[in-house]
Write a protein that binds this ligand. Structure first.
Ligand code: PRX
Length: 668
């Protein structure tokens, strides 16, 4: 880690220093605690049982076709194997067994489309539909171990496709529907996907929005590994059609046989690959396997959200394209037989009360959302949620980025009737499932802190040399012991896995996050200490956006920073040096050059290369970038500019006048 990043982590830390003396605590009510799934004794149990704690959860929460003979094999660390010898089918566990247990008529998915159309799908119906999809996918030549890219909006077919793949042992790779065709193609190529499942489109802000055209663009050269494209009809817009390659879902899946027997897959059989941003320009395919992942998803979903599947209605407002959607829309909830809500659209369509209308309509009892959404709703004003009956809510969750205490308090007071426990859950695409979180019936919650590792999880905060820090100090977040849902590697790149996560500290997983322990030993997350940004809870790397910018003919060089943003947590701010005609034009116009045209073009270019979420909030045209003598860009200084602060220490710059030039130039 560079000094530069360490310093910026430090400044984050300093800003949050006062929070570490947070005095407010919110213990669960006696009634909540008495009825809670998780009891205080669970921490001692997990500590004394060691990995057997997880073996017990695996057997209690899942139905194994064949029991495992060994809980953990860590002999080839950092490559873990969990529940060795076991055979288990994810789809059978999420579906068939609930039907066999007599719960087939329970609603699995309450789907609410953006235009207001609804679908209620019971466990029996969902099981049938997944069997049909599994039969169709198999008939298209997809076999166990083959990869299937899923590029779908938030519609039930996304869940159905994931489970159909899991059923037959195909490895799904869900690509967020907001990613561009280029980003989709990169992911298809890296995973060598044989099939893409997509939709004609979706609805966005009250209008039909296309999706399949991005798949067509991605596959336009005809040189990919993709043999077929399965297309769900969602918005009835006209689409281009490639005969022989493209198939409609409603002409294939909907008419396929409903007979399909699920067989158990090896516990370590790959379940999915999900791409996420790291510190380099190339997204990493995070690999998750079956037995351990399912166990921790089911355990955490049940205990962290205090799930009572017979009575709760659970809504995770994330997108299926992110890990939160994988673990807490599809796998965790359905393994536990929960009734979920799935919503297709944006929170302000057709009005800013849409979320709360949905909570009232479905009597949602557990809501899991990102701080950026909470802060947006705060801005819209509390009179909006006040119009709805939110009394069904009994647990609120937060995920994806640090939740500031103010937003936490608002969430509890305005949404949670000043009574519901809030669980601030820390985890990552790589960890597969929640790692640090209060347990709602046990922990006295503190606004803004994820607080405690879950039972069976060994997390620590360490200093530069890997020593645990004392209470009241900060450092780096690490995981000291393997955990069941941990990533098993980076698709096709075992070395990068070792290098990225296991080389910074000996025998510890380095998460990339800064953290502090408060006086009580509770953990506070302080944001990333590497070049990863967190924009509205979406993970993007500075390098990824820099690469997108320099791929434009007008850009000679660029540097991107994540600047603090009141609503989105961080926002992308880019500094670019122009070249070619654009540079000449700006130079010819002199000091007052109007760069708005090129800036607009560059923003769109980033949108096209990666997706709209990556579009910089601001692009500043500069003539130089601040670099150290070894040529490394000092993003810390650019961050000072982007956040309107006094520029920090410039003594390590090769040319210390550069920052002056930048700030002077921008003032003009
Ligand atoms: O920086 C942490 C932040 O999100 C990163 C992981 O991003 P991703 O893999 O996209 O997964 C997000 C959903 C699990 C982490 O390294 N993060 C996640 N949850 C929290 C958080 N930061 C603070 N508090 C959290 N509760």
């Amino acid at each position: 880690m560079s000094q530069d990043n360490a310093t910026s982590a430090q400044s984050n830390g300093d800003a949050l220093e006062n929070l570490l003396h947070e005095g407010r605590q919110f213990p669960p009510s006696d009634e909540f605690a008495a009825n809670a799934v998780a009891k205080p004794s669970v921490y001692d149990e997990a500590a004394s049982e060691g990995t057997e704690f997880w073996a017990r959860q695996a057997r209690e929460l899942l139905s194994w076709e064949q029991d495992f003979t060994q809980t953990l094999d860590w002999s080839e660390a950092p490559f873990a194997k969990w529940f060795i010898g076991g055979k288990v089918n994810a789809a059978y566990n999420a579906l068939d067994r609930h039907v066999e247990a007599g719960n087939g008529s329970r609603v699995a998915i309450n789907f609410e489309g953006e235009p207001g159309d609804v679908r209620r799908i019971t466990y029996a119906e969902l099981t049938d539909q997944v069997k049909q999809a599994a039969n169709t996918i198999e008939s298209l030549g997809v076999k166990k171990g083959d990869r299937v890219a899923i590029y779908l909006p938030m519609i039930p077919e996304a869940v159905i496709s994931m489970l159909a793949c899991a059923r037959i042992g195909a490895v799904h790779s869900v690509v967020f529907g907001g990613f561009s065709s280029d980003a989709l193609r990169n992911r298809i190529d890296d995973a060598e996907a044989k099939l893409v499942i997509t939709a004609d489109g979706t609805y966005r802000r009250g209008k039909p929005s296309p999706l399949k055209n991005a798949v067509d663009d991605a596959l336009a050269d005809g040189n990919s590994t993709v043999e077929h494209v399965l297309v769900v009809k969602r918005n009835e817009e006209t689409v281009e059609w490639t005969e022989g390659r493209d198939l409609w879902w409603d002409k294939t899946v909907a008419t396929a046989s409903k007979d399909h027997t699920a067989v158990g897959h090896d516990s370590e059989h790959p379940l999915y690959v999900l791409y996420t941003s790291g510190t380099t320009g190339k997204p990493k395919g995070i690999l998750h396997t079956t037995g351990g992942y399912l166990t921790q998803c089911a355990y955490t979903h049940k205990n962290v959200f205090d799930l009572k599947p017979e009575t709760d209605v659970y809504w995770c407002a994330a997108d299926i394209g992110w890990v939160t959607g994988h673990s807490y829309i599809t796998y965790g909830p359905l393994l536990n037989g929960a009734s979920i809500v799935m919503y297709e659209g944006t929170p302000d369509t057709p009005h800013q009360g849409r979320w709360w209308e949905i909570v009232e309509k479905y009597k949602v009892s557990i809501l899991y959302a990102a701080p950026t959404a909470i802060r947006t709703m705060m801005k819209w004003g509390e009179d909006i949620p006040a119009k709805y009956n939110l009394s069904s809510l009994r647990v609120l969750g937060s995920v994806g980025e640090p939740i500031n205490p103010e937003a936490w308090m608002w969430y509890r007071r305005v949404i949670g009737s000043d009574a519901t426990p809030i669980v601030d859950t820390w985890w990552q695409t790589e960890t597969g499932a929640i790692m640090i979180s209060p347990l709602p019936g046990v922990t006295a919650a503190k606004p803004g802190a994820a607080q405690v590792p879950l039972p069976g999880i060994n997390v620590d905060v360490v200093d530069e040399s890997g020593e645990s820090v004392p209470n009241g100090s900060g450092g780096y977040l690490v995981v000291r012991e393997p955990w069941p849902a941990m990533l098993r590697g980076i698709w096709g790149d075992p070395e990068r896995y070792k290098e990225t996560y296991w080389s910074r500290f000996k025998d510890m997983y380095f998460a990339g996050d800064g953290a502090k322990r408060d006086e009580d030993g509770d953990i506070w997350l302080l944001g990333r200490v590497d070049d990863v940004m967190n924009i509205s809870g979406h993970r993007l790397s500075t390098t990824e956006i820099e690469s997108a910018l320099v791929s434009h003919p007008s850009v000679a060089e660029s540097a991107v920073v994540g600047a603090t943003d009141e609503t989105t947590g961080q926002a992308v701010v880019a500094f670019v040096i122009l070249r070619g005609e654009a540079a000449e034009k700006v130079a010819a116009q002199g000091e007052d050059a109007d760069t708005s045209e090129v800036v607009a073009e560059l923003r769109n270019h980033v949108g096209k290369e990666i997706g709209p979420i990556a579009k910089p909030r601001q692009i500043l045209v500069v003539s130089e970038l601040p670099k150290t003598r070894s040529g490394k860009i000092m993003r810390r200084l650019l961050k000072d500019v982007a956040e309107n602060r006094e520029v920090g220490d410039v003594s390590t710059l090769a040319d210390s006048s550069v920052m002056n030039q930048i700030t002077q130039g921008l003032k003009k």
